[in-house]
Design a protein around this ligand. Structure first.
Ligand SMILES: [Zn+2]
Length: 377
């Protein structure tokens, strides 16, 4: 078997945590690893893609509308609870940049996409099998048990004239299986009776979402620009070749430095309350509650170590209880105490690699989340 015809499928799963009405929603985005590898930028592209769907597409699944919009507009406060893998780590410079950009209205700095706050946090990265996101993935496995992904599903993969493997045919076979997988997951039962809406998500070549296109195409240069280790000479080269990108990154980074509070486990980008702020906060939407008629925004709950389980952290429920006990006081951060931090636990996200049998020759790749924290600063 030629290893080049094998690729794992992966799904990025979003779960909207319980709101006042107690309902939950799940969305699964199905991807082929070799065509569209996972990264912080890929996740951000999907967020813009789904936001656009929620605003413009009448056929958009209700779950996506509910996650990304509120009364026909983007939600002013968004929070991602993740398992801390390398592609979504709250400490990673790419994640931080993308959060700041999201608050500023995205790659095009759209006023209608402005937010008051965007944040991400992780807890229990040591025990991901126990976290709720992984249990959501468990439901997907049930829906896809017994599926076989054979390499000859669409016939021979070689070019008839030359006899060599055809990239087009290989990619077509991968997409065929991704679609089969998506169909099986779509509508599958999730936790607490909420089913999955499964979508293909943003596509780098044919996406109708301009933000997603920009984010996916610019990534290699973006990473160079935001990394502290990139030389001045190289920065100047990029500045010359891509002046608009350089200008945009400088603008977002300036805002990020102004609006960021971070600990080892979470990053929050929050607009200040100065009505004359020159860095972009002044035009942010005002948000005083988590959702319509919901509780008031509070500083974001810190991560507490679990005394009963060394190396682990309290579950979200126990965290909230302890947080209330402590009078909702935010903890000090690396950069000193934040002014006031507030958040709305909206989404949990995770990727999970599909098992080895997903496609011929594929190897199971699970992230060792606890030991892959990245430090770029
Ligand atoms: Zn400000």
């Amino acid at each position: 078997m030629d290893p080049s015809v094998a690729s794992s499928l992966y799904s990025t799963t979003l779960r909207q945590s319980k709101c006042a009405d107690g309902r939950e929603e799940n969305v699964a985005i199905i991807k082929v690893d070799k065509l569209e590898p996972s990264s912080a930028s890929r996740h951000a592209a999907e967020v813009y893609y789904m936001t656009k769907m929620a605003l413009d597409d009448e056929e958009c699944p209700a779950a996506i509308k509910r996650m990304f919009t509120f009364e026909g507009a983007v939600k002013p406060v968004i929070h991602f609870e993740v398992d801390g893998g390398a592609d979504e780590n709250p400490n990673h410079i790419e994640t931080k940049f993308l959060l700041a950009e999201m608050v500023l209205g995205g790659p095009h700095l759209k006023p209608e996409y402005r937010r008051k706050q965007a944040s991400t946090s992780t807890r229990e990265s040591n025990g991901s099998a126990k976290n709720v996101v992984e249990r959501v993935q468990g439901s997907i496995q049930e829906a896809t048990a017994g599926m076989i992904f054979n390499s000859d599903a669409l016939g021979d993969l070689h070019d008839e004239a030359t006899g060599v493997l055809s990239d087009d045919k290989v990619h077509g076979m991968w997409k065929h299986h991704a679609e089969r997988y998506r169909s099986a997951v779509d509508g599958a039962p999730g936790l607490n009776g909420a089913s999955f809406a499964a979508i293909r998500g943003a596509d780098a070549t044919s996406s109708s979402c301009s933000e997603a296109d920009v984010i996916l195409r610019r990534r290699p240069l973006l990473i160079e620009l935001i990394k502290a280790t990139t030389s001045r000479r190289r920065r100047n080269e990029i500045k010359e070749a891509e002046p608009d990108l350089h200008k945009h990154v400088t603008r977002v980074e300036l805002f990020r430095n102004h609006a960021e509070t971070a600990t080892h486990y979470d990053t929050t980008i929050r607009c200040c309350d100065d009505a004359n702020c020159k860095l972009g906060c002044a035009s942010a939407p005002t948000a005083s509650s988590w959702y319509n008629e919901g509780p008031l925004l509070r500083p974001f709950p810190p991560v507490y170590k679990d005394p009963a389980r060394p190396g682990h952290y309290l579950s979200p429920e126990l965290t909230l209880a302890k947080y209330a006990e402590n009078g909702h006081k935010p903890q000090a951060t690396r950069r000193g105490a934040p002014p006031e931090r507030a958040g709305c636990a909206v989404l949990r996200a995770d990727d999970e690699r599909r098992p080895a049998r997903a496609l011929p020759g594929a190897r199971t790749r699970r992230r060792d989340t606890a030991h892959r924290r990245q430090h770029d600063r």
